[in-house]
Design a protein around this ligand. Structure first.
Ligand code: UVW
Length: 322
């Protein structure tokens, strides 16, 4: 338990826990994505039964705003030309009469459904695989999201609906769950979390943003519900060799670990030390309803972040095929 006078550090808490540094060589920048092979992709393909497709990305640039980590802002989309430009005589149709509309967005690369690059977070001056944290300066020289984009993430996906398991529309602020809760929910759902899976967890948290609005979502202290740190949980991820972790929250874990007083310890233990891919701000509601309907919670999962050179993360609209 935390000593109330002394702040524990990630160095203390994670010292004896597993790391995958060097496992795939000193140059590796894709971590647990190395577990993805033609065989694991085909294991995902073998889950397809009906051809039903679910897209898991949230809207980008919604008029009501997009859910983002406090301090970031949602995407802004701006038109550079549209029909009004032709009417005003500012643009001429192309030879033959073709006209077109154009726009651009300004957006945090972490500000919508996205994959984090493996170098996105660190402690102790080193990012994943021991690269110097200085390599993040001015752009991700190492472990940028482009490295993940080139390979893409494809394989068996399994959805664990913790909110449904607990009989709630949404988990509450700061509500936690462990790997044991994931296993219990999987058993209740009649599914299994397997080696090399892409693990999707539904908490219902983003529903609050979309159903009740940003004021309700951000009211009071920002403490999302989510997975909570324990040494056993880190070992469970290590043994399961989970490729990617995706949730319908902004940061994939409870914001503040109440036992240690450490913020976002799983970004350190799982992403930085094990190389587990993090994908955040996803939408699982329609998929969850369908899974509850047919009792099948596993599917082919496919997601590739857009290929932003040196990016700390990048948007993705993953697809589940049942
Ligand atoms: C932070 O970087 C704080 O969180 P996220 O991984 O959600 O972008």
């Amino acid at each position: 338990m935390v000593n109330s006078t002394e702040q524990q550090t990630l160095e203390d808490v994670l010292a004896d826990l597993p790391k995958n540094w060097g496992r795939w060589g000193d140059d590796d920048e894709i971590g647990c994505l190395n577990f993805q092979t033609p065989e694991t992709v085909m294991r995902g393909v073998s889950e397809v039964r009906s051809g039903k497709v679910f897209t898991l990305g949230v809207p980008i640039g919604s008029p009501g705003g997009d859910p983002v980590w406090p301090g970031r802002s949602g995407a802004m989309r701006l038109m550079t030309q549209d029909r009004s430009h032709y009417i005003a005589g500012k643009k001429q149709a192309m030879p033959g009469g073709l006209e077109y509309a154009d726009d651009y967005i300004t957006a945090f690369l972490q500000g919508s459904s996205q994959y984090d690059a493996l170098g996105h977070t660190w402690y102790g001056d080193q990012i994943y695989n021991g690269f110097d944290a200085g390599t993040t300066t001015g752009g991700m020289e190492k472990c940028g999201v482009d490295k993940l984009a080139k390979k893409g993430v494809v394989g068996r996906g399994v959805l664990i609906d913790i909110a449904r398991h607990r009989g709630k529309a949404s988990l509450e602020k700061g509500e936690t769950f462990s790997h044991e809760d994931l296993e219990a929910a999987a058993e209740a759902q009649g599914t299994t979390i397997e080696q090399h899976d892409n693990l999707l967890i539904r908490t219902g948290w983003l529903k609050i943003f979309y159903d009740e609005g940003p004021d309700a979502f951000y009211s009071g202290q920002f403490v999302e519900p989510g997975l909570t740190f324990s040494p056993e949980l880190v070992r469970w991820f290590h043994e399961k060799e989970i490729v990617s972790l995706s949730t319908d929250t902004i940061a994939n874990e409870v914001t503040m670990d109440s036992n240690t007083g450490i913020a976002l310890p799983l970004h350190a233990a799982l992403m930085r030390n094990l190389g587990v891919l993090f994908s955040e701000i996803l939408w699982f509601d329609e998929l969850a309803v369908d899974c509850a309907g047919d009792g099948r919670w596993s599917f082919l999962y496919a997601g590739a972040p857009i290929n932003v050179v040196g990016g700390t993360g990048a948007p993705v609209n993953p697809i589940a095929v049942k």
